[in-house]
Design a protein around this ligand. Structure first.
Ligand SMILES: [Zn+2]
Length: 96
């Protein structure tokens, strides 16, 4: 079994969510009056958020104390997809 602690998963999700929030805030402050339908940043953020929604960690309802696994691929959470995105956005490697 991978070295996973239940607290590590929410921390990874929180860190990635915070990184996305910073990107959105930085983009909004840099472009306060520029609403551009062709702006790629909001679409890229939305794409990452949709991927993250697919790859969220869940626990078995029969064993609520069990460690979470990815709903999409069944890997221990955070799964390789979430870890790769988190590393790309935060520059930090997330432990599984
Ligand atoms: Zn996954």
């Amino acid at each position: 079994m991978p070295d996973v602690t239940p607290a590590a998963v929410p921390a990874a999700a929180d860190e990635l969510s915070a990184a996305l929030d910073r990107i959105k805030a930085d983009h909004a402050s840099a472009n306060p009056f520029d609403v551009n339908a062709n702006d790629p940043v909001p679409r890229l953020v939305a794409a990452v958020e949709r991927v993250m929604d697919l790859h969220r960690g869940i626990t078995d309802g029969d064993y609520p104390e069990s460690l979470p696994v990815c709903e999409e691929d069944g890997e221990w959470a955070p799964c390789p997809t979430v870890r790769a995105i988190t590393a790309a956005l935060t520059g930090k490697e997330v432990q599984q």
